[in-house]
Design a protein around this ligand. Structure first.
Ligand code: KIV
Ligand code: ZN
Length: 521
């Protein structure tokens, strides 16, 4: 029978302590609720003795968590344990997580003690915490660098003292999967009362092996995995829980275990954590990276169209990701072009695949990724028209007045006409530029996202601006580069304006064609 793996999230404790700015209560609540929605079994919400803010946040989170069990961290110090119990007392059912370094390095150079003192402190702290709850987790900090006999002995004694979960952290991400699984195996073979506690692992990612170590530990009996969503945490981070969860799901039969996680919420939760913590997710990040379900090579795209399983081991929709993407690049073949056109509702008889493919390759060679709206435009307007821009920047000026006001002036040619507009603002130069261009173009666009890549420490320095703009529910992407970041921004929007203008031309052309067609019939 498959056994359950308890998922323990420490985004609000180990994750939070690694962030550049600490999270306020509102943000912590948002994360805690998102984790609960994901069905995380245990949420470690903080280290209450560390600050009054942390303590208050834990009190507030205790009030809202209904399904997930709340847990707080404490050193082997009475006042830490009291604070943890006090902060969580609103919850009927909470866990206290006590930790102490067990490796010679930690014992001697950090704690200035000997092993017997560590043992005594651990046992007495667990016994003390028992007055508040029976759910006590004990962590042997730096376990992977602790001599195995010492580790076995402290695990045995802390279980005897009443710890119901024993956590074996690879605190500095030092172990390899083979080494780490041997530690877990050894504990199961040597600790007489091991079956009276759940064995947990908590791996850091310094050598990029946190997820592999966690999976290896499962194979040798660990039944709780600790980590964070997106792998945020000290230094190189913690075990990325979404990766462990999906590895368990995909390899369920091999590992013979399962989790209670609501897989469909993984993508959404990852996005929330990334946004709230302001930790960017690399595009190639497993499971939740924006490229995780994108296929670029022509051979792969053809294979995906024939059968998704050819190149996909995870169905993107199963983690709440909308769908796989076939990136249109110069490596894409005709099959991918036809697929994209079909997704936009075009039948192969409505366009010429050969001339479209030639025009597409030319554009892709020039600019890299080609978007659907560009493909559509290439299919229906000729290359000369495609390369003619309706909107062009003629002039721009930003004038800083002594009063603190800023005057933004733009001059743009729109076909034959030149349009000029001036806006006076206090601080919002980007906003002023966008609203001028919206006005001048008569298009009602919404700025969805702006990313600046600027060198140097001044906003006026050279750089690139990428924008995502919504127009009539459709996404358009613009890029602008220049020696001045504001000019780059203007160029990125003008880029989009021209793309919208071209796609409108296509729209009008298609309407005209269908009108003529219906007149003929
Ligand atoms: O990495 C670690 O050892 C920890 C402990 C407090 C569990 O975070
Ligand atoms: Zn840690």
């Amino acid at each position: 029978m498959k056994e359950k793996i308890i998922i323990f999230d420490t985004s609000l404790r180990d994750g939070e302590q690694s962030l550049r700015t600490s999270l306020n209560i509102e943000k912590k609540l948002k994360i805690a609720l998102a984790l609960e929605k994901l069905n995380i079994d245990i949420i470690e919400v903080g280290f209450p003795i560390s600050s009054p803010e942390d303590f208050n946040a834990i009190v507030n989170i205790s009030k809202v968590l209904k399904k997930s069990k709340i847990c707080s961290l404490a050193r082997c110090v009475k006042k830490d344990i009291d604070a943890a119990a006090e902060a969580m007392k609103i919850s009927k059912n909470f866990r206290i997580h006590i930790f102490l370094g067990t490796s010679p390095l930690h014992i001697q150079s950090k704690l200035k003690k000997n092993f017997s003192e560590i043992l005594e402190l651990s046992v007495s702290s667990i016994k003390y915490a028992k007055r508040y709850t029976n759910d006590i987790e004990f962590s042997c900090e730096d376990a992977s660098r602790t001599p195995i006999d010492n580790l076995c002995y402290i695990v045995e004694q802390t279980i005897k003292a009443g710890a119901s979960t024993i956590n074996i952290p690879d605190t500095v991400g030092y172990a390899t999967p083979n080494e780490f699984s041997k530690v877990i195996q050894h504990l199961y073979n040597s600790v007489p009362n091991i079956n009276k506690a759940i064995i947990s692992v908590h791996c850091h990612n310094d050598l990029g092996m946190a997820v592999a170590n966690s999976i290896a530990a499962i194979q040798f009996g660990a039944r709780q995995i600790e980590g964070t969503i997106n792998g945020i945490g000290e230094r190189a981070g913690n075990t990325a829980l979404e990766e462990v969860i999906m590895a368990i799901k995909i390899k369920e039969d091999l590992l013979n275990v399962y989790t209670n996680i609501d897989h469909k919420k993984i993508y959404e939760t990852s996005k929330i954590i990334s946004r709230v913590c302001q930790v960017f997710i690399p595009s190639n990040k497993a499971i939740v990276g924006s490229n995780a379900f994108s296929h670029s090579s022509g051979i792969h795209q053809d294979g995906i169209i024939k059968n998704r399983k050819n190149y996909e081991i995870i169905i993107p929709e199963s983690i709440g990701f909308k769908k796989h993407k076939l990136n249109l690049t110069s490596r894409s073949g005709r099959a991918a072009i036809k697929y994209h056109m079909q997704m936009m509702g075009y039948n192969e008889t409505e366009y010429n695949i050969e001339s479209l493919y030639t025009a597409f390759l030319k554009l892709a060679d020039n600019k890299g990724q080609v978007f659907d709206y560009e493909l559509e435009t290439l299919a229906f307007i000729d290359p000369i028209e495609y390369n003619t821009n309706y909107f062009n920047l003629k002039n721009f000026d930003i004038h800083y007045q002594l009063t603190g006001n800023i005057i933004v002036k733009l001059e743009v040619s729109c076909g034959e006409n030149i349009r000029t507009k001036i806006i006076q603002t206090k601080i919002g130069i980007f906003h002023a530029i966008f609203s001028i261009l919206n006005d001048i173009s008569n298009l009602s666009m919404t700025l969805k996202k702006i990313t600046l890549f600027s060198e140097g420490n001044k906003i006026e320095n050279s750089g690139q601006v990428n924008v995502t703009i919504i127009y009539k529910k459709r996404k358009f992407y613009g890029i602008g580069t220049s020696h001045n970041i504001f000019k780059s921004f203007i160029k990125s929007i003008i880029h989009v304006l021209n793309d919208i203008w071209k796609s409108q031309k296509v729209f009008l052309k298609l309407i005209k064609n269908s009108h003529q067609h219906s007149l003929k019939n």
